[in-house]
Design a protein around this ligand. Structure first.
Ligand code: ZN
Length: 254
C-alpha cells in the first residue's frame, strides 16, 4: 500500500487540519481465491462478511479508523455527491465524492481504472475520484474539482494524488475510444507500431488536474503488470483495491 498526509494548516480556532490518504494493494485482508486478499468491493462475488472485515482494515490503514467510510458506487459518469454527517453514503451511483466533514473517509474502488484523491486542507475540503476512459470523456475530473470549489476549495491550495492504474503500454483500446479521449486531452492516446491504439487514462486525468492549476503527484504503478494489484483486464473475475482520503482536525498543543 501507499499512504501519506497532505497539509497541516492551522485555522483561527486553534485547530490544525490535515488529510490522511491511502492506496491499497492486494496485501492484507482475509479474502480467498481470486479475491485474495484485501478485496474491498462488495459487488464482485466475494463473501460480504469478508469484505466487511477488509473494509475495517482499510480504516486502520488510514492511521486511525475514521468514524465512517463512504464508498463510490461507480457508473463511469460525471455524478459527484457531497457526503456529510447527515448523509454518510452517496444517494446513488457516482464517480466522485467530496466532503468538508472531518473523520469521514471517502473511498474509490478500482481494478485498472484510475483512482484520485484530492485535498485542500487550507479550506477543509477533500475529494475522491474513480476515472476510466469513459469518466474522462464524461468529465468526472472537472466535475469533482467544481464540487470542491463549491465547498470553498481553491485550486491553488489543492493537491491531488493519482494512484495505481493500468498504464499506457498495457491498455489497448479501439480507435473510437482513442478519438474520444484525444478530444478531451490531445496527448492521451497513442498508436503503436503494431497499428493498435493505447490509452493513457492516468495521463489524461493528470493533464486535466494540471490544466486547473492543481499540483499532482503520481504513483506510477501498473495494475496490469503488478501481481500485487487487482486488474480486471488481466484477471476478469477479481477484487478491487481502494483509494481513500479522510480530513482530520486536531487541536494544536499549547
Ligand atoms: Zn502496464
Amino acid at each position: 500500500m501507499w499512504s501519506g498526509t497532505i497539509g497541516a494548516h492551522p485555522d483561527s480556532a486553534g485547530y490544525r487540519r490535515r488529510a490522511d490518504w491511502v492506496f491499497t494493494n492486494r496485501r492484507g485482508g482475509v479474502s480467498q481465491g481470486e479475491f485474495e486478499s484485501l478485496n474491498l468491493a462488495a459487488h464482485v462475488g466475494d463473501d460480504d462478511s469478508v469484505v466487511a472485515e477488509n473494509r475495517q482494515q482499510l480504516g486502520e490503514m488510514l492511521g486511525s479508523p475514521p468514524a465512517s467510510l463512504a464508498f463510490i458506487d461507480a457508473e463511469h459518469g460525471h455524478n459527484v455527491y457531497r457526503i456529510t454527517e447527515h448523509s454518510l453514503q452517496p444517494e446513488g451511483k457516482c464517480d466522485g465524492l467530496v466532503t468538508k466533514s472531518a473523520d469521514i473517509a471517502l473511498v474509490a474502488l478500482a481494478a485498472d481504472c484510475t483512482p484520485i484523491v484530492l485535498a485542500d486542507t487550507k479550506n477543509a475540503v477533500v475529494g475522491v475520484v474513480h476515472c476510466g476512459w469513459r469518466g474522462v470523456v464524461a468529465g468526472i475530473v472537472p466535475a469533482t474539482i467544481e464540487a470542491m470549489l463549491d465547498l470553498g476549495a481553491e485550486c491553488a491550495s489543492m493537491a491531488a494524488i493519482i494512484g495505481p492504474a493500468i498504464c499506457q503500454d498495457c491498455y489497448q483500446v479501439d480507435s473510437e475510444c482513442a478519438d474520444q479521449l484525444m478530444a478531451v486531452v490531445p496527448d492521451s492516446a497513442h498508436r503503436h507500431s503494431d497499428g493498435r491504439w493505447y490509452a493513457d487514462v492516468s495521463g489524461a486525468a493528470c493533464g486535466l488536474l494540471e490544466r486547473a492549476g492543481i499540483g499532482v503527484t503520481r504513483i506510477e504503478e501498473c495494475t496490469y503488470t503488478n501481481p500485487d494489484l487487482y486488474s480486471y483486464r488481466r484477471d476478469g473475475r477479481t477484487g478491487r483495491q481502494g483509494a481513500a482520503i479522510v480530513l482530520r482536525s486536531m487541536s494544536v498543543a499549547p
